[in-house]
Design a protein around this ligand. Structure first.
Ligand code: SF4
Length: 510
């Protein structure tokens, strides 16, 4: 019998460590060596934490949620008498797991489990059977696009870094997840750090770099702890370091801690922060692929982007390309949050509709209230409404609807939510996070926020609505980096889709 306990940050917050200790003590007390207890990363079922998965010999895995000691005690008794229980947590079949395939499945602190599940197989394949250019061609052919928000073709990015000749190059993993409500990267790093390490080494081989750096926010202590252990174990097993798999390829990885600035998710700001400078963006070009970390060619990809690489190498570019939509291959991981019943970490093929995500996987709206809107793309995205529910999710469709994919935050709102307050919330976030380098963003977002405040305080006028629109468009056009260019999106999308709520606030004044 195998008992897996989800031990991610969210599970531990809900008491998973107590449940794990209970099972451990009971198994030890009874001297029962027929039960194997495994601590895993996030199973994606945040709405039911603490969650466990039980597999009896020859049986199917059953998942149990909202564990407490009494429930754990009953489950142990049933295991003793080989009695199966019904899974009591709903799992939708609409998910497809590529990046999350090991999260909640293996012990992230045990490299043997990772290797036992084909970990480092793809690295071995590229080092022993493929030339660097062949690796890049495979990634290009797969159609993989950057999952950090930009959606830039990953293979092309690798090509630029490979083509820029230099004595030193770097592979950087952007783990500076900062969107409110987003926890995809944290969960991947907590649940499957070896896949990210393997992917970075593959990238290093492809572009000609022997050093990797993971830029991770210091507020992710569990992810940091598991990454440090994974790097140490990979070194001990000869999967990082010198002459990997007996070849001439050397690759080292180290961590750099970020202080939690949203703008440092932008790659030039991230590079500056890694160099110990202020985390401010600079105009591109030059791109990091040309002059990045210490002016050397640097490839920056986000955690989820790397999370796809080993599977693409193992199963082939065409396998990946056949998943998803024509211009957005593969899957996307979302942190589904807000007023939805099944809050959690999900992964769906690109092209899945918003309706399927919110109502099938998410189980619909809490308290069976009316769905009102969904914010995709965090503070850079926009609010989509009921009429957009049938939209197949991919990079281009969401942009066409006035929102964006972003890194994968998805926050659902119900009939009770005031959309002007929602826009004000997101704008308040960007005002706080603006690095202050350029005026349209530094000053413009503040003025925009003041207008919104005036409106929600019942002191606004109809003219303020025009002002909101004009100022938003100016900020979008004139800001230096993506943060400023996208900051007005929540305002513009709510103005467009929920105009009557704005006018109601303005009228309330009279
Ligand atoms: Fe800084 Fe905002 Fe200008 Fe970006 S747009 S450089 S975050 S002030």
């Amino acid at each position: 019998t195998i008992i897996k306990v989800s031990m991610s940050t969210c599970a531990i917050t809900a008491g998973a460590d107590t449940i794990f200790e209970y099972f451990k003590e009971e198994i030890e007390r009874e001297g029962n060596d027929s039960i194997k207890l495994i601590s895993t990363g996030c199973m994606g079922l945040c709405h039911s934490e603490p969650t466990i998965e039980v597999t009896l010999p020859g049986g199917e895995p059953n998942i149990f949620g909202n564990l407490n000691i009494a429930k754990a005690e009953k489950i142990l008794k049933d295991i003793k008498y080989n009695k199966t229980r019904e899974t009591d947590v709903f799992i939708s079949k609409k998910q497809k797991k590529i990046v999350l395939k090991n999260c909640g499945f293996i012990d992230p602190e045990n490299i043997v489990e990772s290797i036992g599940n084909n970990g480092y197989f793809a690295l071995n394949k590229v080092l022993t059977k493929m030339k660097p250019q062949e690796v890049i061609d495979e990634i290009k052919l797969s159609g993989l696009r950057g999952r950090g928000g930009g959606g830039y073709p990953t293979g092309l990015k690798w090509q630029f870094a490979a083509d820029n000749k230099a004595d030193q190059k770097y592979v950087v993993c952007n783990a500076d997840e900062g969107d409110p409500g987003a926890f995809m990267d944290r969960s991947v790093l907590e649940g499957d750090p070896h896949t990210i390490i393997e992917a970075m080494a593959i990238c290093g081989y492809a572009i000609g770099a022997d050093q990797g750096i993971i830029y991770i926010r210091a507020e992710y202590p569990l992810a940091i702890k598991r990454l440090e252990k994974a790097i140490m174990d990979a070194n001990t097993h000869g999967l990082l370091g010198e002459k990997i798999f007996g070849t001439d390829f050397n690759f080292k990885i180290r961590l750099k801690y970020g202080a939690g600035a949203f703008v440092c998710g932008e790659e030039t700001a991230l590079v500056h922060s890694m160099e110990g400078k202020r985390g401010e963006p600079t105009l591109k070009p030059p791109f990091p692929a040309e002059a990045g970390y210490w002016e050397k060619p640097t490839n920056v990809n986000n955690v989820e982007t790397y999370g796809n690489i080993p599977s693409i190498i193992k199963k082939g570019a065409l396998w990946f390309k056949n998943i998803g939509t024509e211009k957005s291959s593969g899957t996307k991981v979302f942190a589904l949050a807000g007023k939805v019943k099944n809050v959690g970490l999900i992964e769906v093929p690109m092209g899945t509709t918003l309706e399927e995500v919110i109502f099938d996987i998410g189980g619909g709206i809490v308290g069976n209230k009316e769905f009102k809107a969904v914010q995709t793309g965090g503070p850079s995205g926009g609010c989509l409404t009921e009429k957009d529910l049938e939209t197949p999710i991919d990079f281009d469709n969401l942009i066409a609807k006035g929102s964006m994919m972003g890194s994968g935050g998805m926050i659902v709102m119900d009939e009770d939510d005031c959309m002007v307050a929602v826009a004000k919330f997101y704008l308040g976030f960007t005002v706080e996070e603006s690095c202050g380098k350029c005026t349209p963003c530094r000053i413009g977002t503040k003025r925009l926020y003041e207008i919104l405040e005036r409106i929600t305080d019942g002191k606004g006028s109809l003219n303020d609505l025009n002002l909101l629109k004009d100022l938003s468009n100016t900020i979008k056009r004139a800001s230096l980096c993506g943060l400023g260019k996208t900051a007005p999106n929540p305002v513009l999308s709510t103005l467009k889709n929920f105009h009557e709520e704005y006018t109601a606030h303005v009228k309330e004044k009279k």
